[in-house]
Design a protein around this ligand. Structure first.
Ligand code: DHB
Ligand code: MG
Length: 240
């Protein structure tokens, strides 16, 4: 089986990666996604609308979106906070998982992306339970802290990677015991192990890993993944 990563162009509605991904990895993702996950029209439309955002193809894969939904269900999370909305693809998964009585706050830097996301949330039937806040995510999170926002049960950090340490710090102000924190893109084609990397995104990941490791209330693990999104990974932490 060919597991050599490549950059083959994908068919119109096939998710593509910002990183190299092998045909075999994509075939396995397609198998499980088809068998277990599925995407309705609203999710497909949201994924495809990523092309109209400032960062096409950066949304999570379908099976990763389903993982977020499952984590929300397992944790019994009703309030969810997301750093980095883009087209709202993962937002839809999370908004569906928190249920009609739940709430999602999602933070997006670019008005253009937020506009696309609002259309997608509307189409998915979850706009009523999602608030999109536009602006630098650290500032939006600080405002939530100042407003005394009710604690969130699950936080997904998936915005600019240099911001990860600030987003974790804000998440810790906006959560209580039992909260789950998930961070996307912690492997980045293996670059995470390069301590000398001059890429601020890599350093943003390395710093947040260290902050979590040193935090007495956080237990965590990280898993590397391969698939339609290339070689990357997710960190999952829980607050004691
Ligand atoms: C990038 C960011 C993401 O959140 C992602 O899932 C993939 C790539 C990026 O910064 O390139
Ligand atoms: Mg991501």
């Amino acid at each position: 089986m060919d597991v050599t990563p490549d950059h083959e162009p994908a068919a119109a509605s096939t998710p593509v990666s910002r990183y190299a991904s092998a045909p075999a990895w994509r075939a396995v993702d397609a198998f499980f996604t088809h068998a277990l996950v599925g995407e309705d029209e609203a999710l497909v439309a949201a994924r495809e609308s990523g092309a109209r955002t400032t960062m096409p193809n950066a949304e999570v894969a379908a099976n990763q979106g389903a993982l977020l939904g499952l984590l929300i269900g397992i944790a019994g999370a009703r309030r969810m906070l997301e750093f980095g909305t883009l087209a709202g693809y993962s937002t839809i998964w999370c908004a569906r998982a928190v249920g009609a009585q739940g709430h999602v706050t999602t933070l997006e830097l670019a008005p253009q992306n937020a506009h696309v996301a609002l259309e997608n949330l509307e189409r998915a039937g979850v706009a009523d339970r999602v608030e999109v806040r536009i602006g630098p995510a650290a500032e939006s999170a600080q405002r939530l802290i100042e407003e005394g926002a009710e604690p969130y049960d699950l936080v997904f950090i998936d915005a600019d990677k240099p911001g990860n340490p600030a987003y974790l710090a804000a998440a810790l102000c906006l959560t209580g015991p039992g909260a789950v924190i998930v961070i996307d893109n912690v492997v980045r084609d293996g670059a995470v192990v390069d301590a000398a990397s001059e890429d601020p995104r890599v350093q943003g990941v390395r710093q947040v890993v260290q902050d979590i490791a040193e935090h007495p209330e956080l237990e965590a693990t990280a898993l590397q993944t391969v698939g339609v999104k290339g070689w990357d990974g997710l960190l999952i932490a829980r607050r004691r």
